[in-house]
Design a protein around this ligand. Structure first.
Ligand SMILES: CC(C)(COP(=O)(O)OP(=O)(O)OC[C@H]1O[C@@H](n2cnc3c(N)ncnc32)[C@H](O)[C@@H]1OP(=O)(O)O)[C@@H](O)C(=O)NCCC(=O)NCCS
Length: 234
C-alpha cells in the first residue's frame, strides 16, 4: 500500500484473484451484499464484483488499523449509490465515525482489482490490462490531441499508451461520478512519460460542459496492467 502525498491524500491497494480467501463470501459480506451477489448471474461479473469488495475491505481495514481501530471484514458494507459509485458504511459507530468523509473507488480488470480511498467524493481509480484494441478505438474515443500523442509514440509503446489514456478517462469520469454516461472525448488526458514503477502525472482537462472541478491524475504500469488515479484538486 502506498500513500500519495498531494493536495488530497489517496490510499490505494491492488489485489488479485489469488488473494481472495477460501472462505465462502457469506463469511465476509453483509446480508445486502450477499443479495447483490446472488443477483449477479454472469460468472465473470460475480468474480470481479467479489474481488472489488474484497480489495475494498482490505484497503479500509488497513486504513482503520492505521487509526488504531480493529475491524472485522463483516463490520463493513459496500453498496452502490444510484450512480453506481461505491459507498462505505460500518456497523460499529466508532468505525463509521472514522470513515465519515472518506470515499471509495473500485476498479477491476482480468483478475485484478484496484481500490482507492480519499477524503473527497471526487476520487476515481481504474485498472486495465494492457491489451491490443481495435484500430478504430482511438479514433472513436480519443480527442485529436490524444490521437496525436498516440501517433507520435513508438509503435511498441502504443498499446500501453492507448490503454493508459482510456484508463485515465475512466478514472476521471468515475471521480466526477459520471462513468461512461458521457462522451469520453469530454475529458482530455495528457500522459507524462511512464515513471518506471512510480506514479507519473496525467494532466486532465474537462470540457466546461461537464462543470467539473479541477482534477489531478497519476498513472503507472505494473505487471502488464495500467493503474490510474484521478482526484479533485481542491
Ligand atoms: C463506471 C464505468 C466507467 C466503469 O468502467 P469499467 O471499465 O466497466 O469497470 P471498472 O471495473 O473499471 O469499474 C467498475 C466500478 O466502477 C464503479 N462505478 C460504477 N459506476 C460509477 C460511477 N458512475 N461513478 C463512479 N464509480 C462508478 C463501481 O464500483 C464499479 O464496480 P462494482 O460495480 O463491482 O462495484 C462504466 O462501467 C460505466 O460507466 N458504467 C455505467 C454505464 C451506464 O451508464 N450503464 C447504464 C446502466 S446499464
Amino acid at each position: 500500500m502506498l500513500r500519495l502525498k498531494h493536495q488530497s491524500m489517496i490510499t490505494w491497494l491492488t489485489q488479485t484473484e489469488r488473494d481472495l480467501p477460501a472462505l465462502a463470501p457469506a463469511a465476509w459480506l453483509s446480508p445486502p451484499e450477499q443479495e447483490r451477489l446472488a443477483a449477479l448471474r454472469v460468472e465473470k461479473r460475480r468474480r470481479e464484483w467479489l474481488l472489488g469488495r474484497w480489495t475494498a475491505r482490505r484497503l479500509i481495514q488497513s486504513h482503520l488499523a492505521e487509526a488504531g481501530l480493529a475491524c472485522d471484514l463483516r463490520d463493513l458494507q459496500i453498496l452502490a449509490a444510484p450512480s453506481g459509485a461505491p459507498t462505505i458504511s460500518a456497523r460499529r459507530s466508532e468505525l463509521q465515525a472514522a470513515l465519515d468523509g472518506w470515499h471509495l473507488t473500485i476498479s477491476h480488470s482480468r483478475g485484478r482489482a484496484l481500490c482507492a480511498l480519499a477524503r473527497t467524493p471526487a476520487i476515481g481509480a481504474d485498472i486495465e490490462q494492457v491489451a491490443p484494441r481495435h484500430p478504430a478505438f482511438a479514433g472513436d474515443y480519443f480527442t485529436p490531441a490524444e490521437r496525436a500523442a498516440v501517433a507520435a509514440t513508438p509503435p511498441e509503446q502504443r498499446e500501453m499508451l492507448i490503454t493508459a489514456i482510456w484508463s485515465a478517462k475512466e478514472a476521471a469520469l468515475k471521480a466526477l461520478r459520471l462513468g461512461l454516461s458521457v462522451d469520453t472525448r469530454r475529458v482530455e488526458c495528457r500522459m507524462a512519460p511512464p515513471g518506471g514503477g512510480a506514479w507519473a502525472t496525467v494532466t486532465l482537462s474537462c470540457d466546461p460542459i461537464l462543470e467539473a472541478p479541477p482534477l489531478r491524475g497519476w498513472w503507472r504500469v505494473s505487471e502488464g496492467y495500467v493503474l490510474t488515479l484521478a482526484v479533485g484538486a481542491a
